[in-house]
Design a protein around this ligand. Structure first.
Ligand SMILES: NC(=O)c1ccc[n+]([C@@H]2O[C@H](COP(=O)([O-])OP(=O)(O)OC[C@H]3O[C@@H](n4cnc5c(N)ncnc54)[C@H](OP(=O)(O)O)[C@@H]3O)[C@@H](O)[C@H]2O)c1
Length: 286
């Protein structure tokens, strides 16, 4: 852990102020990276940056509500203005919401935060990633994506069907995987790789906001039997640092090993349809 394998590398971690993201940011700073923390709460961001500095690392932060596209754009502007290149982008910020909420841009909140923020931030940082000698994009997804049997293209916003917290969450996590695969086709010929991962069941703040059976399960069962955040961060850290994965791209990892994602995630037509919708929803002409 103390080997400075990332000396001088610029590493952006979203949702770095708790759980898996925090453990990832601390570990990568320990390996010599300059960590750029992007998370929603300025005081938690500052506390983490100070903690990293106290332990001999280097960190910068930008507080942004990543469910809001204006704030995603502001974060990207901040990063691009300060750093000529980005070596690693860890899209990690995510949540599950008990009730249907609508983002500042009018999208169902889980979709806005868990998927559209990954999509938009990645595109806004793409030139900086391409400027690195070899860059890695890491999308933290979840095995929850296996639960989606059908993509409701006609109602991604849950306007014409009952909202289900887990349904919205698993759909957003499937979108993370499909975005990764569609992105890799577009990264061909560049020195940028992209992979998705499942961190395991990890005892973090995730899901503790929920009521009912699901909330109870997160607060008791997951808290007791799950991985620690440090254990849950291992695959993100592995993908950010290990030389063996330098050329691996377009894969889904679990416990630091590639595995098959859901059959639906490999549907190229659906990936492209999702891409076109996400580009339109984020105002990107791509
Ligand atoms: N825990 C698990 O078992 C598990 C399993 C599979 C996948 N995952 C995935 O792992 C990732 C990290 O989750 P976690 O378990 O570490 O959860 P967590 O402890 O709740 O951490 C989530 C992070 O995202 C930040 N965040 C939440 N909403 C945000 C917003 N609107 N704008 C910017 N940042 C925001 C949080 O900030 P605050 O510190 O201010 O709250 C926190 O830093 C998520 O993508 C999740 O889907 C987790």
């Amino acid at each position: 852990m103390n080997q400075k394998t990332l000396d001088g590398a610029i590493v952006v971690v979203t949702g770095a102020t708790s759980g898996i993201g925090r453990a990832t940011a601390e570990a990568l700073a320990g390996k010599g990276a300059h960590v750029v923390i992007v998370s929603r709460d300025a005081s938690r961001c500052a506390e983490l940056a100070e903690h990293i500095a106290r332990t001999g690392g280097v960190a910068t932060f930008f507080a942004a509500d990543l469910s809001n596209q204006r704030e995603v754009r502001a974060a990207a502007e901040f990063i691009c203005a300060r750093f000529p290149r980005v070596d690693v982008l860890v899209n990690n910020a995510g949540a599950i919401f008990e009730k249907r909420l609508v983002s500042a841009d009018g999208f169902e909140m889980t979709w806005a935060l868990n998927h559209l923020s990954y999509f938009l931030l990645t595109h806004l940082l793409l030139d900086a990633l391409k400027a690195a000698p070899a860059a890695r994009i890491i999308n933290v997804s979840s095995d929850a994506h296996f639960a989606v049997r059908h993509i409701p293209f006609d109602d991604l916003n849950f306007e014409r069907r009952p909202y289900r917290a887990f349904g919205a969450y698993s759909l957003s996590k499937l979108a993370n995987v499909m975005f990764t695969y569609a992105l890799v086709r577009r990264l061909e010929g560049t020195r940028v790789t992209a992979n998705a991962l499942h961190p395991g069941a990890v005892a973090t703040n995730f899901g503790r906001n929920l009521g009912g059976l699901l909330g109870w399960a997160f607060r008791t069962l997951v808290a007791r039997f799950a991985l620690t955040p440090q254990q849950g961060a291992q695959t993100s850290i592995y993908l950010a640092t290990t030389p063996e994965v330098a050329r691996q791209s377009g894969l889904y990892f679990d416990r630091c090993r590639p595995k098959r994602s859901s059959p639906l995630s490999y549907d190229r037509d659906a990936q492209e349809r999702l891409w076109a919708i996400s580009a339109a929803q984020t105002g990107l002409a791509i």
